[in-house]
Design a protein around this ligand. Structure first.
Ligand SMILES: Cc1cc2nc3c(=O)[nH]c(=O)nc-3n(C[C@H](O)[C@H](O)[C@H](O)COP(=O)(O)O)c2cc1C
Length: 202
């Protein structure tokens, strides 16, 4: 079991802010494998997220590149996209479906993250929140390692058959599909200034 008992840290506020600020969501990757140790590191970072009542409610399922599970899920996504894409033109539907399938197959690391239910609705809600914190820890550690992450709540989350295919239990809640790899592009972002979103009351 992972353990820590120190309250000291070497991270300076400036370096932490820099890490937080420069993380971007990117889903274009170099065709380069991600070492297993890096995946383990980002999952370990995830597991240090706060979680009320120490439920540690997160579950991570990594679909290995070129593996059978990845291939099965890619086929399910092709079908799902074919059925749900709004464009009635068969050629466009085929293209969208093939692109969706291709992305699932090509992504260096594909990870599905779930939260488990608690003893009542309140704990289930807290578990979901804790797993979102875990996901952000994961994204920040990935960024520190030179990787990038695209968090998706799209097709892979919406297609029920995917969850059964990867062995997720029926009462788990999907938090996201995470596309992970070394970035092949960059992105910029902006945020609303702090004084527009934060109110001090006295
Ligand atoms: C809960 C959640 C769900 C998201 N789902 C998607 C998604 O389905 N597709 C997508 O392209 N990006 C998705 N994103 C990524 C956001 O679009 C992204 O964080 C946002 O554009 C801000 O960009 P940044 O992360 O680079 O700061 C999601 C992010 C979160 C937190």
């Amino acid at each position: 079991m992972g353990q820590t008992d120190s309250i000291s840290t070497n991270a300076s506020p400036a370096s932490l802010m820099n890490l937080i600020r420069t993380r971007r969501s990117i889903r274009e990757f170099e065709d380069r494998p991600v070492p297993r140790e890096m995946i383990d590191q980002i999952v370990e970072a995830a597991t240090w997220a706060p979680n009320h009542r120490h439920t540690e409610p997160w579950r991570f399922i990594v679909l290995e590149k070129d593996g059978d599970a990845r291939s099965k899920v890619a086929d399910l996504i092709y079908e799902w996209t074919w059925n749900y894409v709004k464009n009635p033109n068969p050629e466009r539907r085929r293209k969208s479906s093939a692109e969706a399938r291709g992305e699932v197959l090509a992504t260096p690391v594909l990870m599905l993250v779930y939260s488990v239910p608690g003893m009542n609705d309140e704990v289930t809600h807290e578990n979901y929140a804790a797993t979102c914190c875990a996901a952000q820890n994961m994204q920040l550690m990935a960024h520190a390692l030179g990787l990038t992450v695209g968090w998706s709540t799209g097709r892979l989350c919406k297609c029920e058959e995917v969850h059964a295919a990867v062995g997720a239990e029926e009462d788990w809640t999907i938090v996201g599909a995470f596309f992970i790899g070394f970035p092949a592009s960059s992105a910029s972002a902006e945020r609303i200034p702090v004084d527009e979103v934060c109110t001090y009351l006295n």
